[in-house]
Design a protein around this ligand. Structure first.
Ligand code: ATP
Length: 545
């Protein structure tokens, strides 16, 4: 049974999101559509900031990652190769009493569809046996709408990256290790969308596929595979080294991603981790670490601690994806590595044999588990032998580390994390509770509110508009001259605006020594100080970047 307090917190958040224009129900005037959400004026800015920050951190601030923007509808062959057509499904049951449709593994946790507002946690009706329900949205390409025209809205952005791997490699002048990043829409026909935007049917992902050399290749070139010890969260993340194997790269990316979250205001205490067990891992994956956020709806574990719900998964996916596309498309997905070829020629025979055998076993294992019905063991052995023989020629299929994050879940985490209430009591003993959204200035939808002290004094208004125009090319500014200054501050607090700048008579030189200064007010503690207009830009930019 969900705890009422948790639901109350979520109710407050959902209500603020609507009231202030962060998130609206999609198609609300027609009664909404389950699992679809629109972002209002503040939500759209917040989302844009988050995506920009991710893109900047992942591509522009690095030499080893290139960007991609692919289409949502792609050849359906992609989804056959990736396994989505065959296996991207959830077990679904129907309730014979309430006629609700549930994910079999979630029965007992979800609101009864007949009384969703009550957050009834269990429908006791008899359930049908579970059956697989494919989560991909299907459509038709072209006017004939036959079976042959079926296509899918992508359920993840990652596959486009694999499909375009060779084009990006060739045009970006990158060499393994390197990554390809993409931000974009993904669609999943979730059986039970829930927890506000957390599980939606249309959402956005920010995904990186970071391609690395297989460990056998690292060993051939560098003699040994380097690993990382425990990382110190206070020290800078280690600089990548050429002798890192998949474990070091995986650990590095988990740490990089945690630091990204810290950099936008989610402290380590708000996060949790789930290291997938061998039983949970896909057969091709070597490790997967989920970064969790402690949402108001996150459940307590048996030990009483809240571990959280998934924000992002960071998976070491071996060479599965590129191998699948190579087999299904018939196009080579391997790379040629001069360093490997040169190093291999110099290796002692026993080392060559050892590495060859290990690479062969890995390839045979993959080929066996992914075999098409008509593939024989002999064909598989032959293919694995050819693949292992490729090492001597400097050829291999890159492995991949995949940090895959959901934009909408992150937005919800940022909103839940920022939400706080302040109760103030005035001289007459009347108390009022207001909402303060403590967004990190980097993600805050509005960076600065510009407020003339009085609306009806043209000199103040003129000066305030000049300050707005000065800042506007560089950041999102909100100009507000309506109502008392206290009301205007409160409105910006609720929007999460970290700074407000007030233009008053001193700005105009009433006290000559204060000419061309403004009052800057800080959202979180309400403190105010005087700053020269000429220093304003640098100050604000240093906080929001
Ligand atoms: P879950 O187990 O919660 O269904 P998943 O493990 O299937 O998630 P992935 O396929 O790894 O998720 O997708 C990567 C990220 O995309 C997730 O960490 C999450 O942030 C986001 N995501 C996945 N499904 C949804 C959804 N239905 N709504 C919103 N975000 C989603």
């Amino acid at each position: 049974m969900a705890e009422p307090k948790e639901n109350l917190q979520m109710e407050k958040i959902v209500s603020l999101c609507k009231r202030r224009g962060f998130v609206f129900q999609s198609s609300e005037i027609y009664g909404g559509i389950n699992g679809f959400w629109d972002y209002g004026p503040l939500g759209a800015e917040l989302k844009r900031n988050v995506k920009e920050l991710w893109w900047n951190a992942m591509t522009r601030q690095r030499d080893d990652v290139a960007g991609l923007e692919a289409t949502i509808i792609m050849s359906p062959e992609i989804w056959k190769a990736s396994g989505h057509v065959a296996t991207f499904s959830d077990p679904m049951v129907d309730c014979k009493t309430c006629k609700g449709r549930f994910r079999a593994d979630q029965v007992g946790e979800i609101p009864c569809p007949q009384k969703p507002s009550k957050f009834v946690s269990e429908c006791h009706g008899e359930k049908t046996p579970a059956r697989a329900f494919n989560l991909m949205f299907q459509t038709y390409v072209g006017p004939t709408a036959t079976e042959a025209d079926i296509a899918y809205l992508r359920p993840e952005t990652a596959q486009a990256i694999f499909a375009q791997f060779k084009n990006v490699l060739e045009t970006s002048r990158q060499k393994v290790p390197f990554g390809i990043a993409q931000v974009g829409k993904a669609f999943r026909n979730e059986v039970t969308p829930r927890n506000f935007t957390f599980r939606s049917r249309e959402f956005e992902q920010m995904e990186l596929e970071f391609f690395i050399k297989p460990d056998e290749v690292i060993e051939a070139i560098h003699g040994a595979v380097a690993t990382l010890g425990a990382l110190d969260p206070k020290a800078p993340t280690p600089e990548p080294r050429p002798d890192w194997g998949w474990q070091a790269w995986h650990q590095y990316w988990v740490e990089e991603r945690v630091r990204f979250y810290e950099g936008i205001g989610l402290s380590r205490e708000t996060l949790g981790f789930h290291h997938q067990t061998p039983a949970e891992l896909a057969h091709y994956a070597r490790a997967c670490t989920d970064i969790l956020f402690k949402f108001p709806f996150s459940k307590k574990a048996a030990d009483g601690n809240v571990t959280g719900d998934e924000l992002e998964g960071i998976a070491a996916r071996s060479d599965f994806d590129l191998s699948q596309h190579q087999r299904f498309s018939g196009k080579p997905m391997g790379v040629f590595d001069d360093e490997l070829r040169a190093a291999w020629a110099k290796l002692p025979k026993e080392k060559q044999d050892d590495l060859w055998r290990r690479y062969y076993e890995n390839r045979k294992n993959y080929l066996t588990k992914s075999a098409k019905p008509d593939e024989t063991p002999e064909q598989i052995q032959k293919q694995a032998t050819d693949d292992a023989n490729g090492l001597a020629k400097g050829q291999y299929i890159p492995h991949v580390i995949e940090p895959s994050a959901g934009v909408d879940r992150l937005i919800l985490a940022l909103i839940a994390n920022a939400y706080s209430e302040v109760t103030k009591t005035d001289d007459k003993g009347k108390s009022e509770t207001t909402v303060l959204m403590k967004f990190h200035p980097r993600v805050a939808p509005v960076k600065v509110g510009v407020l003339p002290l009085l609306k009806n004094k043209p000199e103040l208004v003129k000066k305030a508009l000049a300050v707005r125009d000065l800042l506007r090319p560089w950041m999102n500014v909100f100009y507000d001259d309506g109502g008392s200054i206290g009301r205007r501050y409160a409105r910006q607090d609720e929007a999460g605006t970290p700074f407000c700048v007030t233009i008053d008579f001193d700005t105009l030189g009433e006290k000559p020594e204060l000419l061309d200064t403004v009052t800057i007010r800080y959202r979180d503690d309400g403190k105010q100080e005087r700053l020269k207009i000429s220093e304003l830009m640098d100050f604000l930019l240093s906080k929001i970047r």
